[in-house]
Write a protein that binds this ligand. Structure first.
Ligand code: ZN
Length: 181
């Protein structure tokens, strides 16, 4: 838990947090990541920000399960003071979940590419025709009479497979990080 690296420096986490609290919220979240737990008045004082602004940022984090809070009543003033605590497991879990969703999308794309109806093309005229039309034409181009060639989508599939590999590795790294918490 007492890791010295600030999670906000991780580009994936930075993007995720930025999407939730916006650019102006980043320094506040970064601060909480460093100190793990603090009441909102401490944070406001330290960062010279309005306490309501701190609270609004923390609520956004809370609704995304990235922080927890406890609150106590200030006996003198009668209002509530919230103590916010960073919840890193949820951060990693949501990041992993979104990555896995992305991965599923890539797998689906590969399947779509593989199951795509075979297209034939004339390399000279750059005309694409579906299988039935090509069969009708006896696989000769109606424009130049040249042989139609099957259009290869291997390049697209290879590219997708590369993306799948990268993303899978990324998920592994995130899972390792999660286990280190
Ligand atoms: Zn042709």
């Amino acid at each position: 838990m007492a890791k010295k690296i600030n999670l906000i420096d991780d580009p994936d986490i930075n993007n995720l947090v930025r999407g939730i609290v916006g650019e102006t919220g980043i320094p506040i979240v970064s601060h909480l990541f460093k100190i793990q737990k603090a009441d909102e008045f401490e944070i406001a004082k330290k960062l010279k920000e309005d306490v309501n602004f701190i609270r609004s940022i923390m609520y956004k984090m809370y609704t995304n399960n990235l922080v927890n809070y406890t609150r106590r009543r200030d006996a003198e003033k009668g209002w509530y003071i919230y103590t916010w605590e960073f919840a890193p497991k949820k951060l990693f879990n949501s990041l992993i979940a979104s990555r896995q969703k992305e991965l599923e999308g890539l797998f689906k794309k590969v399947e779509e590419e593989k199951s795509m109806e075979q297209i034939f093309t004339c390399p000279t005229c750059s005309i694409n025709l579906d299988f039935n039309k090509s069969l009708e034409l006896n696989f000769t181009c109606f424009a130049c009479g040249g042989m139609l060639q099957p259009l290869n989508n291997d390049l697209i599939i290879n590219g997708l497979n590369q993306d799948i590999k990268c993303l899978s590795n990324n998920i592994c790294v995130l899972k390792e990080k999660l286990n280190e918490i």
